[in-house]
Design a protein around this ligand. Sequence first.
Ligand SMILES: Cc1cc2nc3c(=O)[nH]c(=O)nc-3n(C[C@H](O)[C@H](O)[C@H](O)COP(=O)(O)O)c2cc1C
Length: 392
Amino acid sequence: MTITANERLGLNPTDPRPAEETRPLVDRTQTNPLFGDQKMKLGLFGTNCSYGLIMSHAPSTYEITWAHTKEIAQRADQLGFDVLVPVARWKGFGGSTNFNGNCFETYAWAAGLAEATERIAIGATSHLPTVHPIVAAKAATTIDHISGGRFALNLVMGWVPPEMEMFGREQREHDARYDFGQEWLDFATRLWTEEGSFSIDSEFFTGDLLEAYPKPHQAPRPALLNAGNSPRGIEFSARNVDINFASLDTLDNIKSYTDALRAKAREEYQREIKAMTYGLVVCRDTEDEAKRAFRQVVDEGDWGAAGNVIKIAGSGESQSFDHAVREMQERFIAGWGGYPIVGTPEQVAEELGRLNEAGMEGMIFGLIDYNEELKYFGERVIPLLKEAGLRH
Ligand SMILES: Cc1cc2nc3c(=O)[nH]c(=O)nc-3n(C[C@H](O)[C@H](O)[C@H](O)COP(=O)(O)O)c2cc1C
């Protein structure tokens, strides 16, 4: 027997169930391009944060204003891009740019863009320890309704201690962050999917007579994303999310990663998962021009910010500019450590094809000048992707 709203308040169970509680939910394959049939999905990454994916003073018209971020989103929407994934950032990484320091909060950003766009999936990126699942689940549901079922939630555990300290939180040990994340997500999922009310008494959360209405527009819940690449992170992704974002260097590594990720989800959790990657795309008429533009990003790079990122990520203890550290910093300076694609429209389309063959079902990327370069990408690269059968 379903209990009524009155019962859930501890009052008399006389009222019938409100009609909205039984509203049929929408099949998300019909509303969310992340579940659509484009073979190689395209997204933009980091268009809510200063400098986007480049820690560099290389010239760009890119700026963090609402008008500009909206224009980029609308252009991507018109070009048929599949998703926008923002970066959740509470303070910058210092250096001469204070990289990413100027940053729109992502649930609010997503809500605004959901209203301003028509087809593209809109993501919010959420540090799970910074927001209670009741608030986050409700915000996600609200954006899902605004967008008509196009919302995606990127679940991040919080890896930058100075940010977590802003919330008066101590950084949990690496794997314990995912234990917390699992409880957080289980809580939010119950709010998205369960009728009536329930109670929770777990390690990290307690609550009685919990409920959330309306339910999300997409059934059974909004799209979920995660970028865990560690064994525990991959476990979390395989168990829970629709898309994992991988940070990888070679096509061989990508193939073995995507195969293992899918096998894990299928064999251990009886579910399907997609893999996508990210990086900087620099596309110009000639290879030489593209390489020069990429080189300029590195030459005018903010080595201070890149060094801070690498230091915090724990992967580069040395401040000396030996070859390995310099190369790693170059990858961070030009694309946040992602997979760089630099070349002519033909070369960019071919590389996206190779990534797809290696098991990547999409790429979210940054551009040195998002808005300006998007026009070029739309005119020169998308037709080639269509010819190659990667897009329609
Ligand atoms: C596509 C992508 C988006 C990410 N977005 C954020 C973000 O917005 N905020 C953040 O703090 N970390 C972000 N990260 C960092 C991931 O959260 C980080 O790589 C992850 O915590 C590493 O997990 P692991 O140690 O399990 O591999 C992102 C990573 C990727 C690849």
